[in-house]
Unconditional design. Structure first.
Length: 283
């Protein structure tokens, strides 16, 4: 029996596209015979996992949870993608997404790369995902990742239909007093998709771009130059009202803003995140 070394496992992985644990099992079964191990991998349909990498995975689900942390609470959300909603709604896929989330939480991950590098049993999440592709018969990948921290963290997980798992997850961190309206704020984030918490959080280059577009649009509409600056400021305010959470009109009562909700209870929002299936970077 040939020694099953790390180099041998790496060789077979590269040649077949199969996951580390599958390669190790195949080599053990084949007593170190590479050719036989490759046959075993082909027979089990594992080799196809590598070939699935080129296929789009834009369906899926989002696993999320809140854990106690040194500074209060931390919310985690991990998107796991599949090619079809048929796979996404299966209990096994949802369970696997939950296991990826647990691995991310244990590793205190702060990015997608850290999620993929997190330990998952004897392997990493990246390797576990590669093996999951063989199990589900589709390209599977970790998509978006979000993490928020604060004295209190609220999560709202939205399902587009009863039979599907969550496809939108909204998380908001507040101070203790703000927790009284955190759920309402999370619903707002889910429905209206704000991009920033306050107008001060909007990047300067984004503001400058919006200002330039508003100026050019106003001039193109034939507005007198002397009143263009005022019109531009009005359009910038409309931009903030649409994209800044605390300036958005509250969906349940448009007469007030989300910021007003927090003022009414004397609380504050600290940070928020919104993850929607299929809305991450294109493959």
């Amino acid at each position: 029996m040939a020694a099953i070394t790390a180099a041998l496992i790496k060789q077979v992985r590269e040649e077949t596209g199969a996951g580390m644990m599958d390669v190790k099992k195949a080599l053990t079964e084949a007593e170190g015979d590479v050719a036989r191990a490759k046959e075993i991998i082909r027979a089990k349909g594992i080799q196809a996992a590598g070939k699935r990498e080129g296929r789009k995975a834009q369906e899926g689900t989002i696993a999320s949870k809140v854990v106690e942390s040194a500074n209060g609470q931390t919310g985690y959300a991990v998107e796991l993608n599949s090619e079809t909603d048929f796979v996404a709604k299966t209990p096994k896929f949802v369970e696997f997404a939950d296991s990826v989330l647990e691995d991310a939480v244990k590793a205190e991950a702060a990015s997608v790369d850290e999620v993929l590098a997190a330990a998952s049993g004897e392997a990493t999440v990246k390797e576990a995902v590669e093996e999951a592709a063989a199990l589900f018969g589709e390209h599977v990948k970790v998509g978006q990742f979000a993490k928020v921290e604060g004295p209190h963290v609220e999560i709202y997980a939205h399902k587009k239909s009863a039979e599907m798992p969550p496809s939108i997850v909204a998380m908001i961190a507040t101070d203790e007093t703000g927790a009284a309206v955190a759920h309402e704020a999370a619903l707002q984030i889910s429905a209206m998709g704000a991009q920033w918490l306050t107008r001060e959080d909007v990047p300067a280059d984004v503001v400058e771009s919006e200002r330039r577009v508003a100026t050019e649009k106003s001039l193109a509409e034939g507005k007198p130059e002397k009143i263009v600056p005022k019109i531009v400021e009005g359009r910038l305010n409309a931009f903030y009202k649409e994209n800044v959470l605390l300036e958005q009109s509250y969906v349940k009562d448009p007469s007030k803003t989300v910021g007003d909700l927090f003022k009414e209870v004397g609380g504050a929002a600290v940070a928020f995140a919104r993850v929607e299936v299929g809305k991450g970077e294109a493959e």
